[in-house]
Design a protein around this ligand. Structure first.
Ligand SMILES: *Cc1c(COP(=O)(O)O)cnc(C)c1O
Length: 478
């Protein structure tokens, strides 16, 4: 009621309220005052719309509660931990690859202290940030040289710009891919200053299509890995080694956008039909680009390996300065690569570990999760059943688009509850919980649960069911 507006306390009055004083112990005064003013404005609006008279102490209570919420929202940060029950190992929406412990420790140390990012400690001279992972990448892939930039999209842009600005780039129509997050080969091509020359058809492209398209203005032969879809049926694609042979004859470089760069396929996971980075190097591609945070299991980065002359030209390109990686990325990537070179990726890199989990192991984990959930929510009125089920997991991250990894999970059925209601409540928890849905059942795949996740998951589901039940009871009473 407009009448109540006169009951709104002043900023000064509120600042001496003990509830506001508590915040002033922890936060900057200007920050608290700013949010306090916003809370007062919100109360004013609420009073204008209200039909009843509200007294001063009630208004103060509103404002203090609103202030509390505003402070909590702003100081928590918007990036939140998520428990991934979807069974999609590389989920772009969930930050792709979780990092290894050694990567995190190394990153922590390099972030805490100064380091030799661009200093040659032997000579005492300025060094290059690009030396740090180059040897590792060359040893691992057998390429002559390597360079790391912000992400694979940047790597493709840099490669095209360096090798083919103002020239034609020949690409198969079957490979003009769009990757999630609006990475489109034709658009990147345009940005790079190269001219796209499409050859072949969507389903079939032959070597002669490339050969016939080569002309005076051609600068590069380009192949993109069709990572997020598969053309099946009446198809033909040119093998990388054949494209390389054509490139050699025509004196043109060949660049391959591999997308998800695999260095090592765990023998136990049954994934074997995607080309590894080493195979592309062996096939003779002059430049190969791939992501650091897809199947490699490292931080976001765009890795470029290939012939020294081209990599050196890219290092000199002004664009590289704009696309460069920071010390934290380099630290995490270095630790990840060392694991491949000298350590045990199946054991220590979370992504590779999750992909290599055996059927027995997954079943045991699912059985254990059923026990944990039974103990936590078995007696909830809104619960119908909890049972172990076989599920199909996915690699994600634009790799193995049609491949399903056989796995195990837990199926939960609820009583008189819309699945979406429960799923939405779980998403709003902190940590948020993401589950999978199959008709009227909720599925939680155990493959993508990380250390400590199961116990928290059980607690969150209990919380959500408890709250929903309390709400339903209240609904009955009214
Ligand atoms: C994922 C992908 C990209 C983009 O890589 P980012 O590291 O996300 O920038 C480009 N090309 C292909 C083929 C991909 O699969």
């Amino acid at each position: 009621m407009v009448n109540s507006l006169k009951n709104i306390p002043s900023v000064d009055e509120l600042l001496s309220d003990h509830r506001v004083q508590d915040h002033l112990q922890k936060y900057q005064r200007t920050f608290v005052v700013q949010l306090l003013r916003e809370a007062i404005d919100a109360a004013r609006t609420r009073l204008r719309l209200s039909d009843s008279e509200v007294d001063r102490s009630q208004i103060s209570a509103w404002i203090c509660q609103d202030l509390q919420q505003r402070i909590e929202t702003l100081t928590q940060g918007t990036l939140k931990r998520v428990i991934n029950g979807t069974g999609v190992v590389l989920h772009t929406n969930l930050g792709r690859a979780p990092l290894s412990k050694t990567a995190l420790n190394y990153l922590h140390e390099m972030g805490t202290f100064y380091n030799n990012l661009e200093l040659d400690l032997e000579k005492g001279e300025r060094g290059s940030r690009y030396v740090h992972v180059e040897e590792l990448l060359c040893r691992l892939t057998k390429a002559e040289a390597a360079l790391v930039v912000n992400n694979n999209a940047a790597a493709v842009l840099l490669g095209l710009n360096t090798l083919a600005q103002g020239k034609e780039v020949i690409v198969s129509r079957g490979q003009l891919v769009e990757i999630g997050g609006a990475f489109r080969i034709p658009e990147v091509m345009k940005l790079s200053g190269a001219l796209l020359k499409e050859v072949g058809t969507t389903n079939k492209t032959y070597l002669r299509d490339y050969a016939e398209a080569i002309g005076e203005d051609t600068g590069l032969l380009f192949a993109a890995h069709t990572s997020n879809y598969k053309i099946e049926g009446f198809t033909a694609e040119v093998a990388l080694s054949d494209l390389v042979k054509l490139g050699r004859d025509a004196n043109l470089p060949v660049m391959k956008d591999l997308g998800s760069g695999i260095l090592f396929i765990p023998p136990s996971c049954g994934l074997g039909d995607e080309p590894t980075v080493q195979q592309c190097v062996e096939a003779g591609a002059d430049v190969i680009t791939f992501s650091g945070d897809k199947l490699l299991g490292g931080p976001q980065a765009g890795i470029i390996v290939g012939r020294k002359e081209y990599i050196e030209a890219m290092k000199k390109n002004q664009l590289t300065r704009a696309l460069r990686v920071d010390k934290l990325t380099i630290a995490a990537l270095e630790a990840t690569l060392i694991e491949y070179l000298a350590g045990f990726p199946e054991k220590n890199l979370p992504v590779i570990h999750m992909l290599s989990l055996s059927s027995d192991e997954l079943r045991q984990r699912a059985e254990r999760l059923v026990e944990i959930l039974n103990a936590a929510i078995g007696k909830q009125a809104l619960l119908q059943s909890i049972s172990m089920v076989e599920v199909e997991d996915m690699v994600g991250g634009g790799a193995y688009p049609t491949y399903r990894l056989p796995g195990y999970g837990v199926e939960i059925k609820f009583q008189d509850l819309k699945l979406e209601t429960v799923a939405a409540c779980l998403r709003r928890q902190d940590p948020a919980v993401l589950t999978r849905r199959q008709e009227d059942r909720m599925l939680i795949s155990v493959r993508t649960l990380l250390e400590g996740d199961a116990a928290i998951l059980a607690k969150k589901i209990y919380q959500v069911l408890h709250d929903l039940e309390a709400k339903a009871q209240k609904g009955v009473q009214h």
